[in-house]
Design a protein around this ligand. Sequence first.
Ligand code: BTN
Length: 311
Amino acid sequence: MVNAMKGQVLQELRRSGTSVSGQALSRKLGISRVSVWKHVNSLKSDGYDIAASSQGYRLISSPDLLLPCEFPWLKQKLYHFYQVDSTMNVARRLAKQGVEAGTIVVAESQMGGRGRLDRTWISPKEGIYLTIILRPAISAVHAPRINLMAAVAVAMVIRSLFGVMAVLKWPNDVLVGEKKICGILAEMEAEIDAVHYVNVGIGLNVNASVAREEENATSLKEELGRPVSRKEVLVSVLDEIDRQQALLTGDGLLEQWRALNTTLGKDVKIVMLDGEIRGKALDIDTNGALVVRDREGSLHRILAGDCIHLH
Ligand code: BTN
């Protein structure tokens, strides 16, 4: 794979920290010097500053981009876009074409980023916008668990990498304090007893300043007071999703969601397509539905809706 080799050239330049000759690279990687030269030129046109001298090539600086050559060890195929309408649209086309599970679509920015309930997801540069194509062996009724799984994965990564106490708001928002730092959108094609694909879209506010119109939003940079490595965040999120997928069918996932959530026990208003329900959020059931008890004492199981914490 061209990108994998380009990635290895990049890794070698980065590892050496000094000049490496074309011959040394060619010997180490088992490719011709002309191929080395081509990969170096391709890296340069991606924005890598690489000096060439009689001693060889030296990496001076790297652009802050989520290019596939940064992740040559990833088993999954990664499609990268500088700008796209929505990674969900690309992923849907790819999923219908039959690409393998785990395929990832990532964009530096989106012009038509989509949120839940047809909202716009403002997607400036320096965030992470990704859709991962999954083909889980579960029935369609269990599919909402995938949202929970992705939310758990993102919250765990934010906590473990940065010590920022991310929490989960049903159904799948990741918050820091009361502010949203990540949103998740899942789209699937399924029959009753078989899921063809579930595309999980993750929009994570990383280094971009949050737009003024999004007063209930925050970013990692705003929480930490410094920018962070988007590459590190992306790799950690992908690793964690990989790990969490093994837990998709058992109770472990629900327990993790409960441990990280901030919705249960609160008075909530749930706005659905066909009305709204107010009451106390008691639990989530095995499919990820929110169990709410209204003032009259009736229990409601809500699979999808907008949740507002009343207090
Ligand atoms: C929400 O909270 O409303 C969900 C937001 C999901 C945004 C992500 S960004 C990557 C992917 N592409 C999109 O157009 N949307 C999702």
